[in-house]
Ligand binder design. Structure first.
Ligand code: FMN
Length: 341
């Protein structure tokens, strides 16, 4: 009996299987952050393909927080109708859909604006030197996450994910590699996690009680003296009772070192350690491409869900094939039933 194809319930949301499409920027929005037909086709295809949960790409809570000019946005009410259309169509095919609320911090390159960050340290010599955020400016960004969450609810998303990974704003606050502040948002591990804690509180305040909240986090920085797995375990332990329902365990991105070596399941050990030492639910991601590995991760409780990024870009129908191979009789879209393997 396949464990990968058992449902999971997060708060009041039942997800039909453990297969997640993780957030992946499409860099295909208009410069005003609006979603379009590409996003509709892209996300709905993965719902037709049988993924249980689709998490929409990094979506900026303010225009200045976009990675590029072509990122999706959720900083304006005008973004809501097209997002709602995508959500409705994904639901029609039995999948649940989340959105990743994001702020790119010092890695923002959209427009001519100066990026913002905890400290005025550029990501690399090719990036602009960011402006150091003042405490009132940090509060305004927290409010933008709150407003974004309200709009995500208006668009009827099932789950909201806070992007706390990959060297973007929240990760920059968490990491001593980017955060050199000496005020209440820096200098100690507790102070460095304060922005994430405030964002979680603001989002949870408006995000419906019955809907789950996820946080994506980089488990390790791959930089000597910066965030190591033990530090992330401390972060998760500190924040696990603040209303986060599942932690999406990635790594790297704070520096040019990237994510280290990539091999099948390269980040699964981080998920496994965080899950076993804190008791939280996790999503494992990174180099997971086979149904055998995905099944093993769930069956051995190394994660509660598995995300397949590039594999689902290559093959939107991966879950239909995986179910067949694992001996699970998954319902196919009725239009495709004559092709069922
Ligand atoms: C095209 C592309 C865009 C991505 N955009 C995002 C993003 O918006 N947010 C995010 O947290 N990770 C993003 N990622 C990282 C993926 O979610 C995932 O963690 C990574 O690709 C590793 O998983 P994989 O080996 O299954 O592809 C992106 C990856 C790719 C390939």
């Amino acid at each position: 009996m396949s464990k990968l194809f058992t449902p999971i319930v997060l708060r009041e949301v039942e997800i039909k299987n453990r297969v997640v499409m993780p957030p992946m920027c499409q860099y295909s929005a208009a410069t005003d952050g609006m979603a379009n037909d590409w996003h509709l086709a892209h996300y709905v295809s993965r719902a037709i393909g049988g993924a249980g949960l689709i998490i929409m790409e990094a979506t900026a809570v303010e225009a200045r927080g976009r990675i590029t000019d072509y990122d999706l946005g959720i900083w304006h009410d005008e973004h809501i109708p097209m997002l709602r259309r995508i959500v409705d169509n994904v639901h029609r095919h039995g999948a649940k859909i989340g959105i990743q609320a994001a702020h790119a911090g010092r890695k923002a390159t959209a427009g001519e604006v100066t990026p913002v960050a905890p400290s005025p340290i550029p990501f690399s010599p090719d990036y602009k030197t960011p402006e150091e955020l003042t405490a009132p400016q940090i509060k305004r960004i927290v409010e933008m996450f709150r407003e974004g969450a309200k709009r995500a609810q208006a668009a009827e998303f099932d789950l909201l994910e806070i992007h706390g990974a990959h060297g973007y704003l929240i990760n920059e606050f968490l990491s001593p590699a980017a955060n050199r502040r000496t005020d209440g948002y820096g200098s100690t591990p507790k102070a460095r996690m304060r922005l994430l804690k405030e964002v979680i509180a603001a989002v949870r305040d408006v995000w419906p009680e019955g809907k789950p909240l996820s946080v994506r986090i980089s488990a390790v920085d791959h930089i000597p003296g910066a965030v190591e797995l033990k530090d992330t375990i401390e972060i998760v332990n500190n924040l696990k009772d603040t209303g986060v329902d599942i932690w999406h365990i990635s790594s790297g991105g704070i520096g040019e070192e990237g994510v280290g070596s990539i091999y099948p399941g390269y980040q699964v050990p981080y998920s496994e350690r965080i899950k076993s030492s804190t008791g939280v639910k996790t999503i494992a991601v990174g180099g997971i491409t086979t149904c055998e590995l995905a099944e093993e991760i769930i069956a051995n409780k190394r994660a509660d869900m598995v995300a397949l990024g590039r594999e689902l870009l290559r093959n939107p129908y991966w879950p239909l094939y995986a179910a067949k191979k694992l001996g699970y009789d998954m319902a196919w879209p009725k239009q495709y039933e004559m092709a069922k393997i």
